[in-house]
Design a protein around this ligand. Sequence first.
Ligand code: SF4
Length: 296
Amino acid sequence: MNITNKQNLPAPFVRMAESDYQYTPKRYSATELLKPVREILLKHRYNDVLEQDCADMIWLLFGQAVHHILEQNGTGQCEFAEEKLTYELENGYTVSGIIDFYDMQNGEVVDYKTASIWKIIKGEFDDWDKQGMIYAWLLWKNGLPVKSVKFYAILKDHSKRDAKIKADYPKLPVVPVEFVVNEERLLEIDKFIRGKIDELIRYEDTPDDELPLCSAADRWNDGDKYAVMKKGRKTALRVLDSPEEAENYKNASGGDYVEKRPGVDRKCSEYCLCCEKCEYWQKIYGAKTATDEQGE
Ligand code: SF4
């Protein structure tokens, strides 16, 4: 990955960003294994030509700063911080992960995450659960005991005001989220890891445009929406998930027509680093980007 520095930020920003994109053949990290096959393989294939600006990685730097502080303040007994663990499978492929903090005595893994308040309010933690279980699996495979994985969510957009007036709003900007680790769960994640690596191997030589398309959920696409509209009014009376619901609402509330709003792949259009190498993005968003640029 080529790291650009459009705002001329200090050199440590660039060094930090560069260190995050070192790919090794036949090696996949815990966080990579959670991503869709197409994204993982395109990133590996085009790592040398893809670009990202270090200013866009500011939350990564923030995360690293937190890790550094915690590492400096450990007790140094039966624990380690920021340790890279690896395990090589029988097929020669290696899984790696950097564990923020591990307390051997209590069998506890700790990970610090910057997150948005919505993640906590919605309670969507499947990705953290899986990531934590891969860390637990790495420790287990390296002969180290694990009983739990605890994430500390550091909420970037926490509002003290909302915390006072909203019942379901986190009261503090740091929220612990814990997962229990047991043998059954370790065997489950073992199956997931092996299955994912087998899938990556299966598609290693597949041409870019024949790689399996990332699912709608992986593309962060919430699906098409149906807006109930009234003539002479710009905003919708209501936006619903199906044409039937929209029709019913229109008939009951005096709307004039229903407008279909195609779902947007938020990840493809804003957050996928390899999007320009993905034919799906090129087809749907590439032409739009080129037109936008011409219009500037
Ligand atoms: S642009 Fe979208 S479909 Fe293509 S790899 Fe990225 S997330 Fe997947």
